[in-house]
Write a protein that binds this ligand. Structure first.
Ligand code: ATP
Length: 269
């Protein structure tokens, strides 16, 4: 049941080059994650050099948090284990505790690995929620116990990367276990231009495309919004072709299918 949530490094398909802008976050992640995952022995000497076992990526939706987590795993040659509340509710309903145990045990067996907890607020939100189900409480406790287990094993090449749009909903205990918190914010004009260039890098573009002009017209757009804009723009020529074909169809019906033409005219005019 867990296999569907694990992606080997060569199959992840996202590298840092696929992510436009966010240079500071990318640099910090390279420094914090890649070296400890690849050379854990360098970080075993003193208390202050212990490798970081938890990093939080927070910011508005669609700003590239999942992409960053995937790129980290790709570039570190680590397996990517994607866990979320939806996995628990769809495949492990009532068995959250078992799921968490299985995830951590698998992560250690196939290390180096990155456990990515998307929407960590829904999985590990505030514990004092009065309506909380007993199974949910047990799952959270199991998560903390296993996570602490990782933190005591310096050479264990397993890291928890968590992402959220709602950092203020996180449990204090979870925040403490995520000592490095990186904000992934909405892009400004120059960064939107960079993201557009990355999204359109492999497309056949007209030479007069003005990235800066599009960037300045898209205030408040996230990377995901920019991607959707590009997809919509790419579909426009297809729509135009189809519209032309429709005209050809109508033309065909007008000349060769007189009875149908009457029906068609009846229905659509
Ligand atoms: P959410 O908080 O809603 O889970 P997210 O921050 O995890 O969103 P992603 O899932 O990483 O965002 O991004 C969604 C899509 O938006 C990506 O698949 C990609 O196509 C595009 N995208 C977002 N940011 C960037 C970026 N900086 N460079 C290139 N593409 C981007």
């Amino acid at each position: 049941r867990l296999l569907g949530d694990v992606i080997p490094p060569n199959d992840i398909g996202v590298t840092f080059d696929d992510i436009g802008a966010l240079e500071n976050v990318k640099d910090t992640l390279k420094e914090l994650v890649m070296l400890p995952l690849q050379r854990p022995e360098l970080f075993c000497k003193g208390q202050l050099t212990k490798p970081c076992k938890g990093i939080l990526l927070f910011g508005p939706p669609g700003t590239g948090k999942t992409m960053l987590a995937k790129a980290v795993a790709t570039e570190a040659g680590a397996n990517f284990i994607n866990i979320s509340m939806s996995s628990i509710t769809s495949k492990w309903f009532g068995e959250g505790e078992k799921y968490v145990k299985a995830v951590f045990s698998l992560a250690s067996k196939i290390a180096p690995s990155v456990i990515f907890v998307d929407e960590v607020d829904s999985m590990l939100g505030r514990r004092e929620n009065p309506g909380e189900h007993e199974a949910m409480r047990k799952m959270k406790n199991e998560f903390m116990v296993n996570w602490d287990g990782l933190r005591t094993k310096d050479a264990e090449r397993v890291l928890v990367l968590a992402a959220t749009n709602r950092p203020f909903d996180l449990d204090e205990a979870v925040i403490r276990r995520l000592p490095r918190r990186l904000m992934v914010n909405l892009p400004d004009v120059p960064n939107r231009a960079k993201i557009l260039k990355v999204i359109l890098a492999k497309e056949d573009l007209s030479p007069d495309v003005d990235f800066d002009a599009v960037a300045s017209m898209t205030d408040g757009y996230s990377g995901s919004d920019l991607k959707n804009l590009c997809v919509a723009a790419a579909h426009r020529p297809i729509k135009e072709i189809l519209e032309k074909e429709k005209k050809v169809c109508v033309f065909f019906f007008l000349h060769h299918q007189r009875p149908f033409r009457l029906n068609w005219m009846h229905l659509h005019l």
